[in-house]
Design a protein around this ligand. Sequence first.
Ligand code: GTR
Length: 428
Amino acid sequence: MTRPTATTIAWTLALTAMMTGTLLAQPKGYNYDEDKVPQYTLPDALTCEDGTKVTTPELWTGKRRPELVKLFEENVYGVMPPAPIGMTWRVYEQSDQALGGKATRKQIAVYFTGYDAGPRMTILVYIPNKRTGPAPAFIGLNFQGNHAVINDPAVTLNTGWMHNRGDTVKDNRATEAARGVASSRWPIEMIVDRGYAIATIYYGDIDPDFDDGFHNGIHAKYPQLQGRDDNFTSIGAWSWGLSRALDVFEQDDDIDAKRVAVIGHSRLGKTSLWAGASDERFAMVVSNCSGCGGAALSRRAFGETVKRINTSFPHWFCANFKKYNDNEGACPVDQHELIALIAPRPVYVASAEGDQWADPHGEFLSAQIASRVYDLLGKQGIAADASWPKVDQPLVTPSVGYHMRTGKHDLTEYDWKQYLDFADKRVK
Ligand code: GTR
């Protein structure tokens, strides 16, 4: 793996400090005033590039949907390689005594190219022991290593480059002290008690989150997908990794691969949306505080803008996306169409009141406008005349859920409770 330069590390640390909430929850110089949102016209999810109006589910599935996937690849997230032919995996640790005997823990090493020395990711999964068949599951990437989601000494301590969140992790390498530091975002026992398996992967296993010109992580294996305007990106790589986990689950008798909900927070919420949009095997999608480049409408330029995100994180999106810096209206898609790509599968979008940087209102509008596609497909989403729900009052329809929680940019137990309730009737 290429080591980051001192400048990239300094940048990562500064940006991380911003993200952790306290220092710069609302960077200055950006718009947080609804009255100052520019006038904009959104592209219509139900009108094809050639002007054809999408009036039937067949037209959506056969024509507009594939066209939109391609537009998102070309303009936003870049292309992804197909599933690698030689991929192998091995359950290298398993115990049915996890969580005091409630769960079976498995740690699965996935070798993307079939070689132990090649790029690999480790899936950590807890499966409820109380179940009658293969369990429905949630899967989400984590920011700080599998060892950080739970204080469980059996979980392998990740030795790779660590995203530094200002905690106990020094020199960007995890130590024993990092066990469980992210557990507030991963209420594993609660999820298992509710009858779901919960799977997670450290996102840095798939692609370390810094701009190294796409030489490390899985990108190293696909140089031919770089140097082009729709290049294979980091969000593309993380989403691709989630799909590879689904490939593994399809062969695992303990998990029902047809009932897997993909969840992600922040940049990993952008990732869960793109994973769910590009891989229709995901049964449900949850976007938690995903903001710009996630659920929020880019054209509103409220809080974080396309230019800002492309400048801070050039590796997240493809080269073409840079064309829309200060020029969002020129992009042939906007983010409501990303949510529409999840239809007819259930989707839940959540915001936090204190996370204005992510444009909560824009996240709601996206889910609401995408609901037109759900209607076309015979599913019920958020009504066109529904108003933006008040704080802590989830608006849940049969296929689209939304809430804005009190508090800051985070993934909390409150959020998880809403997702579990939503999944109960739709996935479980
Ligand atoms: C911020 C970025 C957001 C969000 C967040 C995160 O700095 O501006 O778009 O993705 O990082 O992932 O924590």
